[in-house]
Design a protein around this ligand. Structure first.
Ligand code: SF4
Length: 227
């Protein structure tokens, strides 16, 4: 296996340095032009690819221009407008309810605190972190999506399994100035090389420091199972 650096903090810094070199333009791939659009795009992206969400929101954001429009539309019509997205029925319900709360309790503005955001229907800590970081420039944590979860475990940065404890581990070792960028770097590397089913370890810039590297290691530390 590759040999990780001595401490997890050093390992995290080395991972960031190398991935920054590999992906200098790494950033969020969802398209949006205001805070509400970002919130909705992130809500739609749960269990769905950003590519599909971007395709759908192109039309959606033309039709619905503010929280009032989502709050006023019927469940059936909004669900129909979202029907290429996974779990579109539930997502339509969450969006209508979140927009009603935004109108009634936040004067029509997307709130800017973790507590207020996570009180909106369908908004968990991950969604709230993305909205805080990209819509409000507030970085309170690290967004742990499926790529961050998998890569952090493969690279020996955490032994935790679930997003919230993984986030706590990462906040202790990733320099605070990189909390936002760390996620985008992991997503880019997770898409390009360290894919879920068949990572390309032979062509990976992290192979020599990765304790899961195929060929060297028998085990994928993300799943705990043999390659
Ligand atoms: S592609 Fe392989 S070597 Fe690179 S980070 Fe993923 S598991 Fe490790």
């Amino acid at each position: 296996m590759g040999t990780p650096l001595e401490s997890r903090a050093e390992q995290a810094e080395e991972v960031i340095t190398r991935l920054e070199e590999a992906y200098p333009d790494s950033t969020i791939s969802l398209r949006y032009s205001n805070r509400l659009e970002l919130l909705i795009a992130v809500m739609l992206s749960a269990q769905c690819t950003d590519e599909r969400v971007n395709k759908e929101t192109k039309h959606l954001f033309e039709k619905y221009d503010g929280p009032e429009a989502y709050a006023a539309v019927s469940q059936e019509e909004l669900a129909e407008d979202l029907n290429s997205i996974t779990y579109y029925n539930n997502k339509a319900k969450y969006i209508r309810s979140a927009c009603t709360t935004i109108i009634e309790e936040h004067d029509g503005e997307v709130p800017d605190t973790m507590d207020e955001l996570t009180e909106l229907s369908g908004v968990g800590r991950k969604t709230a972190n993305v909205v805080l970081q990209h819509a409000h420039d507030v970085v309170e944590g690290i967004v742990v999506d499926t790529h961050v979860q998998r890569l952090s475990r493969r690279l020996g940065l955490t032994n935790e399994e679930y997003p919230e404890p993984i986030e706590q581990d990462l906040m202790g070792i990733v320099p605070e100035g990189y909390w936002q960028q760390f996620t985008h770097l992991c997503i880019d590397h997770g898409r390009a090389t360290c894919t879920a089913r068949n990572p390309d370890c032979a062509d990976c810039v992290l192979a020599d420091i990765c304790p899961s590297a195929k060929g060297d290691s028998e085990i994928d530390l993300a799943s705990g199972e043999s390659w």
